[in-house]
Design a protein around this ligand. Structure first.
Ligand SMILES: Nc1nc2c(ncn2[C@@H]2O[C@H](COP(=O)(O)OP(=O)(O)OP(=O)(O)O)[C@@H](O)[C@H]2O)c(=O)[nH]1
Ligand SMILES: [Mg+2]
Length: 455
């Protein structure tokens, strides 16, 4: 049996009912991705979050009935650390410690009150004292949206790079919240003058972040070299909201076996594969991390290098889940993240995916609204659609390529391989100056080849 969670949200005056509902729906999916059953949702219309514990007194009691707490914020000394915070604090101590995937199971233990929810997830950024008060009133662990996302990233991170990035984001996220973490007082007493425990913790965290950044830097150097080697190649990147079907399209377009899951943030690493059937020169397709609204800023920053892949693409396919009723909002989120990373100048084609799950009227509505911008409506599960998308990609690159003549001197025949990788050779003759090749390639690639042939 999965541990149980209750969602909590305040509907603020400027938020419409539909936005409120879709926010909560998405939060529910995030929480389920983390392995919880969502057993209830408590919402309240208020002008602002209650300063003490997010909800007003009455609603707080209602919530506590689901979690088995008292429903009031007790006055007096604070409680013990929660598990998640304790783990974060432990992780900041050093070592590549990672919370095992069994973390969700931890919540099951404890007092054995299995019918009660053990976690309360708040759909707002809350202060540490609001979190603590809620914990004390409910007896449950309290997470906010950001910590849920950070935790999913943490679970799904596979490569060393993604693990480092998530660890940095966790530390960045936890450090500013350390001030009120309990347990500090006692340690402080034992320490004498100078640094307080909190300052010590913060310094440790900063040192650890610096250390992690160094390791990440080394990985990035390596990647940059690899990217440099690929810079003349034809590159298309799949970007878009989480769960839109980027990896599914990646699989279909490249015949690869990247992970596809009905989970949010299934993909955290960028994978690069050649478009199938292979073209000359070949076209590389990259799959990227998905976006989500209210994505914590430091998470965007830490995944920026993963997204550099998108920045360097010649073409972006912006994949949209045509079935999701909120896809317009998802398109906006994706566009704003692309702007933020500076990828908004890259030519982009919008691809409405999962067309097998919408009816003809909905399909036509999409074409009417977005067809003029060149949007495509398709299904990653339909081989015909995928073949057509593939042809669209190929013709995009064909249109960007130019045909020119290159002379490879006999002394430089070793460069022939490079020409064949980065260009399509459509004609070949020989004379006293060397091999004369008529090639088709992107103008940048031809320029670079020319320089290395003449240099
Ligand atoms: N019916 C239908 N389902 C699809 C289609 N494309 C993807 N899906 C499903 O949608 C879910 C998400 O697909 P993914 O390809 O993992 O999505 P993603 O965009 O890579 O998601 P993240 O990596 O989590 O950001 C999976 O359950 C897929 O099977 C489609 O064309 N039709
Ligand atoms: Mg994916």
């Amino acid at each position: 049996m999965n541990p149980k969670a209750v969602l909590v949200a305040v509907q603020l005056p400027h938020v419409s009912d539909t936005d409120h509902a879709s926010d909560l729906d998405e939060l529910g999916r995030l929480v389920r991705t983390l392995g919880f059953d969502v057993v209830a949702t408590i919402t309240q219309r208020r002008d602002a979050l209650a300063a003490a514990a997010v909800l007003g007194e009455g609603k707080l009691k209602e919530l506590a009935e689901l979690t088995g707490g008292k429903g009031v914020v007790p006055s007096g000394a604070p409680e013990v650390k929660t598990k998640v915070r304790a783990k974060w604090a432990a992780a900041s101590g050093g070592g590549d410690k990672h919370v095992a995937d069994s973390e969700a199971a931890d919540h099951e233990g404890g007092d054995g009150a299995t019918d009660k929810a053990t976690v309360v997830v708040v759909d707002h950024e809350i202060t540490p004292s609001q979190a603590r008060n809620l914990e004390r009133a409910t007896g449950a662990e309290v997470l906010d949206r950001t910590s849920v996302i950070v935790e999913i990233f943490h679970r799904h991170a596979r490569s060393r790079e993604a693990r480092l990035q998530v660890e940095i984001a966790r530390l960045n996220y936890v450090a500013p919240r350390m001030r009120e973490s309990s347990g500090g007082k006692e340690r402080q007493r034992g320490k004498g003058a100078g640094e307080t425990a909190v300052e010590l913790d913060r310094r440790k965290i900063r040192d650890r972040i610096a250390e992690l950044r160094e390791q990440l830097e080394a990985i990035h150097k390596e990647q940059e070299n690899r990217r440099h080697a690929r810079q003349d190649q034809l590159r298309v990147a799949l970007v878009g909201y989480t769960n839109a079907g980027k990896s599914s399209l990646m699989r279909a377009l490249t015949g690869s076996d990247v992970l596809v899951e009905d989970k949010l943030f299934a993909t955290l690493d960028t994978t690069v594969r050649a478009l199938q059937p292979e073209t000359k020169p070949r076209i590389l397709v990259s799959d990227t991390v998905g976006f989500i609204k209210k994505l914590p800023h430091d998470l965007i920053a830490s995944f920026r290098s993963t997204l550099d892949e998108a920045l360097e693409a010649t073409l972006l396919l912006h994949v949209v889940d045509a079935v999701d009723p909120t896809h317009d909002a998802q398109i906006e989120v994706t566009r704003s993240v692309l702007r933020e990373i500076g990828a908004n100048a890259v030519p982009t084609k919008v691809v409405f995916n999962k067309a097998d799950r919408i009816d003809e009227a909905a399909r036509q509505a999409l074409v009417r609204r977005h067809g003029a911008e060149g949007a495509i409506v398709l299904s990653a599960h339909d081989p015909k659609d995928v073949a057509e998308l593939s042809r669209t990609i190929v013709s995009f690159f064909e249109a960007s390529m130019v045909e020119e003549e290159l002379v490879v001197p006999y002394a430089k025949q070793a460069l022939l391989g490079e020409v064949y990788t980065n260009a399509r050779v459509v004609g070949e003759t020989y004379d006293e100056s060397g091999t004369r090749l008529t090639v088709r390639a992107l103008p940048g690639a031809i320029g670079r080849l020319r320089r290395s042939l003449e240099g």
